[in-house]
Write a protein that binds this ligand. Structure first.
Ligand code: 5AD
Ligand code: SF4
Length: 441
């Protein structure tokens, strides 16, 4: 058996792909997965290239592994988004000790790629993007636990001008709903209580006339699965029918991640986001009318090329107006091949980007804290996810419907159970409370 170690960077889709790769290699019967790189004969890095810092981390890591293992024979394989986007550099730079690379649609060929390097000593690669590969026939090797991720679509056709995903992961394609439901049934049998439907653009899911609302409805009919989440959606794909399913289906969590990216119309247009600030705000209003208690989170980019201080203030205003529960805020990072990289020079100085991100993070922290404090005194339904917290073995941790972390004292309940919690205390990123009752579901 050859010892293989896999390290994963970036988004949830990458974490999911690592679970697929484990199954694909496991089927061969000649690979043993291990937990650290020290003894591995094959090291796989499943990489991200959405921002430059993710990229740099991987390049450093490749050198570090090789150095530590100086003299040992170890094959290094690069998987994921950097494989597609940095193919030339990875294969041709003599200073980079990379032996093979495989893009997100080529994982079924990994055993062949590895064999090729082993037998010929030559580097091997496959970064072909497919219009059809969904890995519907590969059952991921999951870690276990309470939540299972399940990719229902892959790729993205939106071409937001800053984003490298359409180039690294290719065109949108969705899985047959019957196949998704069959997998969710199996997950329920294995004891999972929650599924999170995954896609680069998850709400543009469509398969032979069936849309995302239909898929949510079908998945919710699976007994044993009590909570359904999804990520990451695009604001352009929220028809009324989808909002209704989220509002009315008790299993679908009323938490919507709604990436704003920017609050200024000129910047939104340069980003090719296909909505205006007013349209975004109208969508928020519509969502809140249907679901007054919805949790809204977002992604924002500061310092997109040519963004002025006044235009940044428009983003600040939207953040103040919407009062998101939390936000992931990023500095614009120019990505090779994207439309923005070709058309707009990255002209906002890093110091200005830093100023803007610090300002927005501060503002958002205050908002998150204020929103969390409003929950004190309420009773929330919490799914216990782990029987410890980072800080204390005497506490358990779970999440409420809005995906907020809720910490409770250790007690006569366990992982996978639903409990009613009275919220006693709030912090910007978590709630704390006492368990009133264990729910029968
Ligand atoms: N620079 C900065 N942030 C980016 N994102 C995507 N591409 C870039 C980029 N080039 C952010 C977006 C997206 C999130 C996953 O990452 O906000 O929603
Ligand atoms: Fe990137 Fe836009 Fe597609 Fe999201 S919707 S993956 S930001 S191109």
């Amino acid at each position: 058996m050859k010892k293989v170690y896999i390290e994963t960077y970036g988004c949830q889709m990458n974490a999911y792909d690592t679970e697929l790769v484990k199954t694909i290699l496991g089927r061969e019967g000649e690979y043993q997965l291990i937990d650290s790189p020290e003894e591995a004969e094959i090291v796989l890095l499943n990489t991200c290239s959405v921002r430059d810092n993710a990229n740099r981390k991987v390049f450093n890591r490749i050198h570090q592994i090789k150095q530590k293992r100086n003299g040992d024979r170890v094959l290094i394989g690069v998987l994921g988004c950097m494989a597609t986007n940095f193919r030339r550099q990875l294969l041709n730079d003599p200073a980079l000790p990379v032996d093979f690379i495989a893009g997100p649609d080529s994982y079924k060929r990994l055993p062949q790629l590895i064999r090729h390097v082993e037998t010929t000593g030559e580097k091997s690669f496959d970064v072909t993007l497919s219009e059809f590969e969904t890995y519907a026939d590969v059952y991921p090797t999951r870690e276990g636990g309470v939540n299972a991720w399940i990719a229902v679509m892959r790729g993205c056709d939106n071409f937001c001008t800053f984003c490298v995903v359409p180039y690294t992961r290719g065109r949108e394609r969705s899985r047959d709903p019957e196949n998704v439901v069959a997998e969710v049934r199996r997950l329920a049998e294995e004891g999972y209580r929650q599924v999170t439907l995954l896609g680069q653009n998850v709400n543009s899911y469509h398969f032979e006339g069936r849309d995302f609302a239909y898929l949510l409805q079908r998945v919710s009919e699976v007994e044993g699965i009590e909570r359904i989440r999804f990520t990451s959606p695009h604001p352009k794909d929220f028809p009324e029918s989808l909002l209704r399913v989220i509002a009315e289906n008790p299993k679908v969590c009323r938490h919507i991640h709604l990436p704003l990216q920017a609050g200024n119309d000129r910047i939104l247009q340069l980003m090719n986001r296909t909505y205006t600030r007013a349209e975004f705000l109208r969508l928020v209003e519509k969502i809140r009318t249907l679901m007054p208690d919805v949790v809204l989170t977002t992604d924002i980019i500061v310092g997109f090329p040519t963004e002025t201080d006044e235009e940044f203030q428009d983003t600040v205003q939207v953040v103040e107006e919407v009062q998101f529960d939390s936000a992931f805020i990023f500095k614009y990072s120019e990505r090779p091949r994207t439309i923005a990289a070709r058309k707009y020079p990255d002209d906002v100085p890093d110091a200005v980007k830093t100023e803007r991100i610090v300002y927005l993070n501060d503002l958002q922290k205050k908002i998150s804290y204020r929103k969390n404090r409003q929950h004190v005194g309420e009773i929330h339904e919490v799914l216990i996810e782990q029987e410890y917290t980072k800080r204390s073995p005497e506490h358990y941790q779970g999440r409420n419907e809005g995906n907020k972390i809720v910490v409770v004292p250790k007690g006569e309940y366990h992982k996978g159970q639903f409990v009613h919690v009275k919220i006693l205390e709030a912090a910007p990123h978590a709630l704390r409370g006492e368990v009133l009752a264990v729910l029968p579901k």
